[in-house]
Structure formats: C-alpha cells, structure tokens
Ligand binder design. Structure first.
Ligand code: NOJ
Length: 515
C-alpha cells in the first residue's frame, strides 16, 4: 500500500545544477535549495525530487554514479544535504533523491574491479559474457576496454555499464538467472544504498529506468517486478513511510506488480501524455490538445490514461508531470493562457503531480550545445530565473562561469515579476495548489469520473467527489451538457455560465466548481 502522506503531496522537481547557487561558483548547490525552500512551500509544493547529486564524472548529468554513497562535491557536503532534509522536514516537506539502480558510471569502483581478469567479489556485479567471442544479440555491448576476457552490456550511454540482476529468459550460460547469488548481491547492494540515504533523512526515491533491471524479460516485466518486490519489501520493512516513484510509464507493472507507490505517465512521442502539450514536429505543425487552434480531442489522452488509472487507482498513484529534465519545456510551444489551462488540468487530476522547476513561471526552452550528455535536453536545464539581477538571481558568479547560460531574452519570465502580476502563471499555479490543498476530494485519488468528453466539441468535464472541473481549450465558446445549478465556483480561468441544464464555456477557460 502506498505511503499515506502521498495523498496530499505535490512534488517540485529540482535539477540541482540549475536551481540556486548559494556559494557563487556558477553551479547550483544544496544550500541554494535550502535557501529557496520557503519559495517552494509558498508555491504550494510540499515535496521535492532532486535529480542525482552523487559523485560522478557527469557524462550523463549524474545518472552515471561513481559512488552511490558520496555526494558530488560541487553541490556541497553531506552535512549540507542533511541540513536540507532537516529544513524541509521542519516545513512539513518531504525530499526524494534519485536512485539509479540499472547502471553505474564506468568509473564506479565495482566496475573497475569487475573488469579485472582475476575473479573477485564484483566479477558478476555487471553483465559480462564468458569470453570475447560471445556477443549479446540485440543488446548494446562494449569490447576491448578491459583486461578481462569478455564483453559487457551497457544500459544507456557507453559510460553506463548495466548492473547484473540476471536474465528472465536465458539463452546462454553467461546469462545468470535472477536468483543467482551474484544477482541477489546486486539487489542487496541497492537496498543498502537506499538505507544509507534514508538514514541520513531522505523520504524516498525517484527510480531511474526502473523497468530496466532484468534482461530478456517478458512483456509484463515479471522478472524486473519480482526483483523490485524483493528490494522494496526489504527496505519498507524498516522504513514504512518511505515512498518510491518509478520511471517506468507502465503503472500496471510498476504499481500493480513491482510494488512502487507511484509511476509517471512519461512523455513518449505520440502517447496520450505527449499529445496534451508536445504534439509538434519541426514543420511548424502543433496539434497539442492545449493549443488553442488544435483539433485534438481529450479522448486521445483519456483512452490511454483511463484503463491504466482504473487498474491501479486502489493501490497507488499514476502521476502527471508538467515536464522534466528530459522533456522540452511546456512553454516551448504553449503560451501563458494555454499553460494555465494545461496546468489547471494536470493539477486537478488524480495522482501526485510533479512540477518541473521553472515551469511554474513558463521558463522557455533554450537552444544550446550539449552539456554533460544532455544533448537536446540541455535546453530544459538552464538556471532558474528568480529576478532581474545578474544571472537572474541564480548565482553571483561571472556569467561566463555559469553551468549553463541564463535566458537572455528581454521577456524571460522571472519569479519576482510573476509574483507581482496578479494574473501571472505563477500566481495561477499557487491559486490552483491552494484550492487543491483545501478541498478534501483532491486528497482522494480513486474518485475520477469523466462527465463529458464527446468528439463533437473540444471541451470536457470531470468530477472528483463533490468537485466538478470544466475545461474548454479551444478558441471559441462551447457548450457542455453539465448542470451547474447549485454549484459554487472555487477557481476559474475565463468564465463559464449555466444555461438551463447545460453550461457555456468561454474560449480557453477552466473552472473548478463545488457541488
Ligand atoms: C532517465 C533519466 O531521466 C535520464 O536523464 C538519463 O539520461 C537516463 N535515464 C539514464 O540514466
């Protein structure tokens, strides 16, 4: 069963490199995040997911961990991180670290040992063939790098060798069964890493590529699910309140079978989530649902979302995100009004919402050269824009020393400017989160009922307990067969008026009404 505190949780994702630089060296740090906890809390978020902050050569922005138990010096000290946990807890907030269980950096000590020709404790911590003549089929592998006779498998980039959790369907001797002692040792090592940070005070983890553990797995990932049930079971025994969100994009496996508390609905080209805000290509076409002029209908999202939501709603949370460090910024193609409607939807749906830092002010995507393996993702990882001072208040360093440049455009949004403007995106997010916090029905997550979502109009309505949500993303007035009599308006973008037993929604409007 999912941890109870999640019912009221709203997460804020922080890319630590770019949030706040307290020591003026050009890169964000733990103390910077601590300084800004009040901002996050006042926005209405009560939980944080911080991207990897561990020792790393940073060839994939820290998703290439060199030492799971050591913080990267560029973010500060273990004491600083502990203080961040304590300060967050003092404000009633929870913090997730980012666990990368599928691979390490090739500079991790385990991997260095594993590449030696003499057999040792770590020889089978990674996936090696028995000699160099054997080549895994259909899986990326590396040869010629180590003294050991064999090739090894990678999990993502070349610098990220896959940890060994075994194979479900084995086709060669070098493929260990998932209950092989070496594979069990990998599980135990990962549980040990989790305990180490839980002991320091973190409240759980976002789990990177959670579906990637067992190789040659079946379609429903039964091997990987079995491994997770074991690891999560071991850890939850001692830390019953800790929680986990998986990067899996399949809640039926992640929540239903593997035992995660939450799973993300991730942005994959053409999937239901992608069609909401990012259905464009390089040709200028944009058919995203929340684009005013698009022809897209909400059923394109619901058809994929609802069956999965229904399947797991009693066990955990299927989570919607504004974006993350791998996606283009929501503001890439949506204007402020479109973002307001999109966020109104995302923040009133069931599941635990995740706001990517800066999305609350509509930070823009920047076209930049790749940094630390970010490639096109780099443009969504630029420094937070706090105000109009040097480096937008992110850092006191010389601008040339920044981790990434700040948005130089004249209309770059900032927190300060948006806090001062009553109808800003930031104030809208804050208002939405206030309503979300105050209404009990939003803390119940198995209560979604779609009331009106017909092909004839783009508007749609849904209910959660005594709350009624109405949305018209289109550029023209639309009518919905929803009776508003006796309801009270709690929140609105644009207007909607009752008309007999139906209602009329102004172009680009959203309302939350209480029955
Ligand atoms: C998913 C992470 O979100 C991404 O940033 C990273 O590059 C890969 N996993 C590899 O760990």
């Amino acid at each position: 069963m999912a941890a109870e505190w999640l019912k009221r949780a709203v997460f804020y994702e922080i890319y630590p490199q770019s949030f706040m630089d307290a020591d003026g060296d050009g890169i964000g740090d733990f103390n910077g995040i601590t300084e800004k906890l009040d901002y996050i809390r006042e926005l209405g978020c009560n939980a944080i997911w911080m991207n990897p902050c561990f020792d790393s050569p940073f060839r994939d922005a820290g998703y290439d961990v060199r030492d799971y138990k050591k913080v990267a010096a560029r973010y500060g000290t273990t004491e600083d991180l502990k203080r961040l946990f304590e300060e967050a807890h003092a404000r009633g907030m929870h913090i997730f670290l980012d666990l990368v269980p599928g691979h390490t950096s090739e500079e991790h000590r385990w991997f260095v040992e594993s590449g030696r020709k003499e057999h040792n404790e770590y020889s089978d911590r990674y996936i090696w063939t028995d000699n160099w003549m054997e080549r895994p089929e259909g899986i990326g592998y590396i040869a010629g790098e180590k003294e050991r006779d064999g090739v090894y498998i990678t999990n993502f980039f070349k610098c990220q060798p896959a940890l060994n959790y075994g194979f479900l369907n084995r086709t060669a001797d070098w493929q260990k069964p998932i209950d092989h002692p070496a594979c069990l040792a990998t599980r135990a090592a990962m549980a040990d890493v989790m305990r180490c940070w839980l002991d320091l005070g973190c409240d759980g983890f976002r789990v990177d590529m959670a579906d990637s553990l067992v190789k040659n797995d079946d379609e429903i990932k039964s091997g990987t699910c079995e491994v997770w049930r074991d690891i999560i079971g071991q850890v939850k025994k001692d830390y019953p309140d800790m929680a986990l969100v998986s990067e899996w994009n399949n809640p039926v496996s992640a929540i239903g079978r593997a035992g995660f508390d939450m799973d993300f609905f991730l942005d994959w080209t053409g999937n239901g989530y992608n069609l909401l805000m990012r259905d464009y290509d390089g040709t200028g076409r944009d058919d995203s649902f929340f684009k005013k002029d698009s022809a897209r209908h909400i059923t394109d999202f619901l058809d994929e979302y609802l069956p999965k939501y229904e399947a797991v709603k009693a066990q955990g949370f299927y989570c919607l995100i504004t974006g993350n460090h791998d996606t283009t910024r929501a503001a890439y193609n949506l204007d402020e009004r479109e973002l307001k409607l999109a966020y109104s939807f995302l923040l009133t749906m069931p599941g635990v919402p995740f706001i990517y830092y800066g999305d609350e002010i509509g930070m823009k995507y920047q076209v930049l050269p790749t940094k630390e393996g970010g490639y096109t993702r780099t443009g969504s990882r630029t420094p937070m824009q706090w105000d109009d001072s040097v480096n937008h208040g992110f850092s006191k360093a010389d601008p040339s020393a920044l981790y990434l440049p700040t948005d130089q455009s004249a209309d770059a949004p900032t927190v300060r400017a948006q806090q001062e403007r009553p109808d800003s995106l930031c104030r809208t997010v804050k208002e939405l989160l206030r309503v979300r916090r105050e209404q009990e029905a939003f803390a119940v997550h198995d209560n979604l009922k779609i009331l009106a979502a017909r092909q004839e109009e783009r508007s749609f309505a849904y209910e959660r307990g005594n709350l009624l949500m109405l949305c018209n993303p289109s550029g023209r007035e639309e009518r919905l067969a929803v009776d508003l009599s006796g309801t009270e308006r709690l929140y609105a973008v644009g207007s909607c008026r009752p008309d007999g037993s139906s209602c009329v929604l102004e172009a680009q409007s959203f309302a939350i009404c209480r029955k």
